[in-house]
Design a protein around this ligand. Structure first.
Ligand SMILES: [Zn+2]
Length: 163
């Protein structure tokens, strides 16, 4: 869920200010380029990626060709951009995250109600030099926010509960 959805205009190689005619032109070019009928004789992996591309292009065009759904998409897109403009990702100390011994995960709640999750393996893979801090950019599992999780080399990757 960390990957932001691909921008529909980018899928068409177009820009948000393009007219519907321009979008249609881009769509037709790409649809032709990736059309399944043209894939005869290509390797399975090429066929697969072209087909995926074709479906993406087709889905993008379907939304953008309709004035209502395009307007709605533009609004969503703007909201998404605003969210990404949020000031500085915050830094959270691993020590301050909650440790879930069952899942072996560090968790930190996001303001959207989702959670930032760091697995113990991720922490162990990122052991820094002595005295240095390690860090990891962690995306919320629900929204597009991310935080920077940091820890010191000598800190025990996970704490056993004292009781
Ligand atoms: Zn969130």
């Amino acid at each position: 869920m960390c990957e932001p959805a691909e921008d529909l205009y980018a899928v068409l190689g177009a820009s948000p200010s393009d007219s519907v005619q321009q979008l249609r032109h881009r769509y037709q070019q790409l649809a032709l380029q990736y059309h399944p009928d043209r894939l005869v004789g290509e390797s399975p992996s090429e066929t697969k990626s072209s087909l995926q591309r074709f479906l993406q292009v087709d889905a993008a065009w379907r939304i953008l060709s309709d004035p209502d759904s395009r307007r709605q998409y533009d609004l969503q897109r703007r909201a998404q951009e605003l969210k990404q403009d949020w000031p500085e990702d915050s830094t959270v100390f691993l020590e301050d995250m909650s440790w879930d011994p069952g899942e072996r995960l560090y968790t930190h709640c996001c303001r959207c109600g989702g959670a930032f999750l760091v697995s113990q393996e991720e922490v162990e893979e990122e052991q820094p030099e002595e005295g240095q801090r390690a860090g990891l950019l962690v995306c919320c599992d629900t929204c597009s926010l991310s935080i920077h999780v940091t820890w010191l080399s000598h800190s025990q990757p996970f704490r056993d509960s004292p009781d």
